[in-house]
Ligand binder design. Structure first.
Ligand code: NAP
Length: 526
């Protein structure tokens, strides 16, 4: 395995920067892999190349784009076991998890290839002049790409939310070249996956510049991407601090562009009285397991649990407590994340209105998180905003409520979330319809009687939500409709058939589903 530590600028490698940083792992000679910080010139070159590539890339057939995505998937698989081995070292994530995540990532690439071939994603809409109103124009709408897209990945998904992750694949599928800022927590993984994308691009004859990868451990690399006038959209996955900083920076641009920052969330879980009595024990263990999953390092981790105070509450809390006490957390992704986790739990521990319910075991390993669970009352939770902040890792806070009105008040008090979950039996769900309606305004995905962890890649998935879960609540970062973050509708009025894009031509050469005069059809227009 050769790791150059260079930038991938389209088809060229470049290491002009004198400043270097070390990755978290060492090579077979016991030396750290080092990476050149991208220079101002290199960043500009990558964006200029991407801009040039954009006009060629958007004209390619959707089949060619689909082949490119499938080829990326093949190239990632072709890296073989050494990819998994190095990512395990860089992320501290176990082999089985990474094998699954790699499959999810390649599956996502193939899924978007399928979407491109099927074609209805283009949202082709045609209004024809009618015989009784010939003055009415011939208007035809479809989706076109926004242009060069800057992408940032998160450390907790080194494949699925990183270099070839959901943001990159949906932008490439939409027809947008991508300039990706490599995550310094897994830079070797970034270079390997970036290399796979470049190889796939070459082999499928994509324009040079359709993809670039830039390294940087100081924020300047990212900020220069945000500020560059040729960049037309940004997609970020990571912490609130990072996502909001990039969003704020983008708002200083002369030309506003969409910024899709997908950030943290506490994913509240509401347990209603009936189900608490019926299934308290089972639920406590399953919920604790969901909180502990992946050392709690999932953006959909259930960080806040809301439950009624009553006879069934003490046994539920006791079961949750025992599960946490028996658990030993695990090594976190990075030392920085471990430090933030400890800061978060220390803040909870020292809070006068919060009680520590249980602590897990301390592993004798560097950066190993100790699981925590806290309790507080609804009255305290409602008064103190900071209790609803994400503590990224295996920690949760349980809020006890005195009555239905308090449950609803707690729900109303939440800011935007990726998910919100209700556990209830049939009667609970009938009696708490209002809770459902409140949560519809709070989260991108509402869940009944299941755990929030686990985000499927399919047509209906929404992985997003109101601020502060994201900076744009109208979209999703996972699933088929993620593509619309990188397209805009364009209307062609009065065009002769011969110069219309194929998707809008009368005979429907792509054979796609279109809306013609208000009706969905795959028929040609005669
Ligand atoms: P992170 O620290 O925000 O890092 C993400 C990327 O942003 C890195 O490349 C980082 O560069 C950069 N960055 C961070 N702060 C920045 C700033 N102020 N200016 C410019 N660039 C900045 O996030 P992480 O620790 O990797 O990921 C964990 C977080 O991601 C958790 O909060 C989790 O909930 C969230 N997450 C959300 C989703 C979602 O879909 N909503 C999915 C996965 C994870 P440096 O490393 O150089 O700082």
């Amino acid at each position: 395995m050769t790791i150059t530590g260079n930038q991938l600028i389209g088809y060229s490698r470049s290491g002009k920067g004198n400043e270097k940083f070390s990755g978290p792992v060492k090579n077979e000679h016991g030396e750290s892999y080092t990476f050149h910080e991208a220079t101002t010139g290199e960043i500009d070159e990558a964006i200029q190349k991407a801009h040039k590539a954009a006009s060629v890339y958007k004209q390619l057939s959707y089949t060619k784009r689909a082949e490119f995505l499938e080829h990326i998937a093949d190239e990632i698989m072709a890296i073989g076991p050494e990819l998994i081995a190095i990512t395990m070292q860089e992320s501290n994530l176990p082999e089985a998890r990474l094998l699954g995540e790699r499959d999810r990532t390649t599956g996502q690439l193939r899924f978007f290839a399928k979407i491109l071939r099927e074609g209805s994603w283009l949202r082709a809409i045609i209004d024809l002049p009618s015989a009784d109103n010939p003055a009415k124009g011939d208007l035809r709408q479809m989706q076109l790409p926004l242009g060069v897209t800057g992408v940032w990945g998160a450390s907790n998904f080194p494949f699925a939310f990183s270099v070839a992750g959901g943001d990159t694949v949906s932008a490439l599928a939409a027809g947008c070249p991508v300039v990706h800022k490599a995550h310094p927590a897994h830079p070797v993984t970034c270079e390997l996956i970036g290399g796979a994308i470049v190889k796939a691009a070459k082999e499928t004859c994509m324009p040079d510049g359709v993809f670039s990868l830039l390294h940087g451990i100081n924020y300047q690399t990212g900020l220069q991407i945000v500020r560059h006038p040729l960049v037309k959209a940004l997609a970020f996955t990571g912490s609130f601090q990072g996502g909001k900083a990039l969003f704020d920076e983008a708002n200083k641009r002369d030309e506003p562009i969409p910024v899709y920052s997908e950030m943290g969330s506490v994913n509240p879980v509401f347990i209603l009285p009936g189900i608490l009595k019926e299934k308290g024990t089972e639920l406590a263990r399953a919920l604790a397991a969901s909180n502990l999953l992946g050392v709690g390092q999932f953006c959909t981790n259930p960080g806040v649990v809301v439950l009624p105070d009553g006879g069934a509450t003490a046994p539920f809390l006791n079961d949750y407590k025992t599960t946490i006490e028996d658990a030993s957390g695990g090594v976190m992704l990075t030392d920085g994340i471990y430090r933030s986790f400890n800061k978060g739990v220390e803040a909870m521990e020292s809070h006068s209105d919060v009680a520590l319910l249980a602590k897990g075991k301390q592993l004798d390993k560097k950066s190993a998180a100790v699981p925590h669970v806290f309790t507080t009352s609804a009255a305290s939770f409602l008064m103190q905003e900071e209790l609803a902040d994400e503590v990224f890792g295996p920690s949760s806070i349980h809020i006890t409520t005195q009555n239905k009105e308090e449950i609803l008040s707690v729900a109303r008090n939440f800011k935007g979330q990726l998910t919100a979950t209700i556990w209830g039996n049939e009667d609970d769900l009938k009696n708490y319809r209002e809770l459902q309606h409140i949560l519809e305004d709070k989260a991108g995905r509402l869940i009944i009687n299941a755990m929030p962890t686990g985000v499927e890649v399919n047509y209906a998935m929404v992985h997003g939500g109101p601020f502060p879960a994201t900076t744009n609540s109208a979209t999703t970062s996972v699933g088929a409709t993620a593509i619309y973050r990188f397209t805009r509708p364009v209307c062609f009025q009065g065009f002769p058939d011969t110069i219309l894009p194929e998707a809008l031509q009368n005979n429907n050469p792509l054979g796609i589903l279109r809306q013609v005069n208000g009706k969905f059809t795959t028929d040609a227009i005669i």
